[in-house]
Write a protein that binds this ligand. Structure first.
Ligand SMILES: *Cc1c(COP(=O)(O)O)cnc(C)c1O
Length: 389
């Protein structure tokens, strides 16, 4: 399979876990009814759907009525932000959106769209050089004009974790709804009461469930407009027939991730730190991006001065390693990462980013092989300095 390639891109997506596959299997052909139908077929599907909802609610310390199924974190983020913004404007004439400069595109571009198409204003919280929100910077943003605050839980590009509970506490004190994108954080404790969040987005395929399923937690009593028109599924907030099989898969995957997270994280953290030490110890002009300790346990990200990340990824792929540059920047569109720019990293460095993310199939031997190959690969791609004179 993949002729011996080693997968180091679990932050992009994960393979479906066999136990998840098994749990969802009956809902494609046996229990296939439309959960909205009143007959027995529909009732059976609906029972499975509501079981999955209750299951996810329990894992997040929420109520079943606070969990909506979506097609993934992109849709959850769109619904959360558009739904909150439109409701806040209608209910209390609030038109300012508060976020960070290090959000995923599904948050970043949705907020920009609300600015461009709907006349909202945007305000960015301060982040430090590790991409972590400076909690004090929230104080001045929490005015009556503030419609919502959205802060990523764990950054996909640099792995940095944000102090959500502290930020959420400030939001609560001012009655401002607080949303967080937790797509990358499925193996960390996701207790919405401890996190002080009012809305939370999760993604199935980042935690060993299929692509195309996600959920949005919405604290009861939150004003949220529906953004899809159609049926009254999901409490009238997300029109469209729910994919029962995928809802069951998400519940199974989240349970496994939450239950096994502590052991997995301990294993990943050890390999991650071995990797970071190996890379920084053997490659000159290399820098870790993101926070050294307040970061995802399975996530390591670097920049190498004077290296082109697309060339590096191609060379690594040829050498048998599937890695990422961290941002969705595709070959041929060499836009510097806005996340790395927000950290104050210069242009000589931002073009040379590398993200290595670990998963269930990662073994210490994989790390050793990468650490052996990487220094020569990077050095070979360094831009040749033309001597002066
Ligand atoms: C992957 C990801 C998303 C998008 O999730 P999908 O389920 O693929 O739509 C959003 N935010 C972050 C931080 C992500 O890592």
């Amino acid at each position: 399979m993949h002729s011996g390639q080693i997968y180091f891109d679990y932050a992009a997506t994960t393979p479906v876990e066999p136990r998840v596959m098994q749990a969802m299997q009956p809902y494609f052909q046996e229990t296939f009814g439309n959960p909205s139908s009143a007959h027995t077929f529909g009732q059976e599907a609906d029972a499975a759907l509501e079981d999955a909802r209750a299951h996810i609610a329990r894992l997040l310390n929420a109520a079943p009525g606070e969990i909506l199924f979506t097609s993934g974190a992109t849709e959850s983020n769109n619904l959360a932000l558009r739904g909150l913004a439109l409701a806040a404007r209608e209910v209390r004439s609030a038109t300012r959106l508060v976020t960070t400069p290090v959000e995923h595109d599904s948050v970043h571009k949705t907020l920009l769209d609300l600015v461009q198409q709907q006349g909202f204003e945007l305000e960015y919280l301060q982040v430090d050089s590790t991409g972590r929100v400076v909690p004090e910077s929230i104080q001045s943003a929490l005015t009556d004009e503030c419609a919502l605050v959205s802060v990523v839980c764990a950054n996909n590009e640099i792995g940095t974790l944000n102090p959500l509970a502290e930020i959420g506490l400030h939001c609560q004190a001012h009655g401002i709804p607080f949303h967080s994108d937790a797509a990358q954080a499925g193996h960390l404790p996701l207790n919405v009461l401890d996190m002080n969040v009012d809305l939370l987005s999760i993604s199935g395929h980042k935690l060993y469930a299929p692509k195309g399923v996600g959920a949005l937690f919405v604290r009861s009593g939150t004003d949220l407009h529906s953004t899809l028109t159609g049926g009254s599924q999901e409490f009238g907030l997300r029109a469209g027939t729910v994919n029962t099989a995928f809802a069951v898969a998400l519940a199974a995957a989240l349970e496994i991730a939450q239950l096994e997270g502590p052991q997995l994280n301990a294993r990943w953290l050890e390999m991650r730190d071995q990797l970071i030490r190996g890379v920084l110890g053997s490659i000159p002009d290399a820098m870790l991006t993101g926070h050294p300790s307040e970061r995802l346990p399975h996530h390591a990200s670097f920049v190498f001065e004077g290296v082109d990340s697309n060339e590096l990824l191609t060379a690594l792929d040829l050498a048998g390693f599937a890695c990422s540059s961290g941002s969705a920047c595709k070959t041929g569109a060499p836009e510097p990462s806005r996340v790395l720019q927000a950290l104050g990293i210069g242009p000589q460095w931002t073009s040379g980013s590398l993200r290595i993310t670990l998963g269930r199939q990662t073994e210490p031997g994989h790390i050793q092989r990468l650490v052996k190959v990487l220094p020569d690969t990077v050095q070979r791609l360094r831009r040749v300095e033309i001597p002066q004179g």
